[in-house]
Design a binder for this molecule. Structure first.
Ligand SMILES: [Zn+2]
Length: 244
């Protein structure tokens, strides 16, 4: 405290702040949580909807029809082998104002795979998405949200930004449409990235609760003054230094 007084509080503190920041960057690099995109730090009332595990012939199509009617953009983290199975859906996503992300080829738990296989999961998916849609995905979301320092580094080495999200209503458990809506509305804030699911590989897959919830979440958030953006737009609006 005496030193603070001696140097004049603010100046000393900002000097210390700058120094520790620089030292931390040089010695350790940015921390893992800083390297991963969770949400945008912004005052703007913007929010992004994202969907994992598609494309799926029923549920992705329903969502796309709805988004067409409402003129709302979303981001779809696609699984490579489902793009191979439903290329016309991937093209339809790309043809609208939506964004496509990479969610691996076969949805394996990356922390348990050797680096070579992690790379293959990502690159095969990258190839098929760009081949089918002509788009180059920029963002990667790990299956089941599982990551380690190693997997994040591999993702970054392959030119991807590693993404998670900050609002996850656990819709794959099918807790009921109302609960999905309530969980999202409770946690959402300016800059949020909402994680939902439109596909998957279980037999008798049912994402109808998610599809129904979305049709209520969108008008409710619009009423609250929110605007829906793609993940790229969300990342660009992040006011943190070095973000993006
Ligand atoms: Zn997934």
């Amino acid at each position: 405290m005496r030193i603070t007084h001696l140097w004049g509080g603010e100046r000393w503190q900002s000097l210390l702040g700058d120094l520790s920041h620089t030292l931390a960057l040089e010695r350790f690099g940015p921390s893992l949580t800083e390297r991963i995109f969770w949400q945008a730090r912004t005052e703007k009332p913007i929010v992004a909807l994202s969907f994992d595990d598609g494309p799926h012939p029923t549920f992705t199509r329903s969502l796309l029809d709805y988004f067409d009617r409402e003129q709302v953009p979303a981001t779809f983290f696609l699984i490579g082998r489902y793009v191979q199975r439903n290329p016309e859906l991937a093209r339809r996503i790309a043809g609208a104002a939506h964004e496509i992300g990479n969610h691996t080829w076969s949805h394996r738990m990356l922390p348990f795979l050797p680096v070579r296989q992690i790379r293959e999961e990502i690159s095969r998916t990258h190839e098929i998405i760009s081949e089918v849609t002509g788009r180059m995905p920029l963002y990667f979301r790990p299956p089941m949200g599982l990551f380690t320092k190693k997997t994040v580094s591999v993702v970054e080495q392959m030119g991807y930004r590693h993404v998670v999200g900050d609002v996850y209503p656990r819709d794959p458990n099918r807790p009921g449409t109302k609960k999905i809506i309530r969980r999202v509305l409770k946690r959402v804030r300016p800059g949020s990235l909402i994680i939902l699911h439109d596909g998957g590989n279980t037999r008798n897959l049912d994402r109808s609760q998610t599809v129904q919830a979305v049709q209520e979440i969108v008008p409710r958030l619009k009423d609250q003054g929110y605007r829906f953006v793609t993940l790229s737009e969300l990342v660009q609006s992040d006011t943190r230094a070095g973000a993006g």
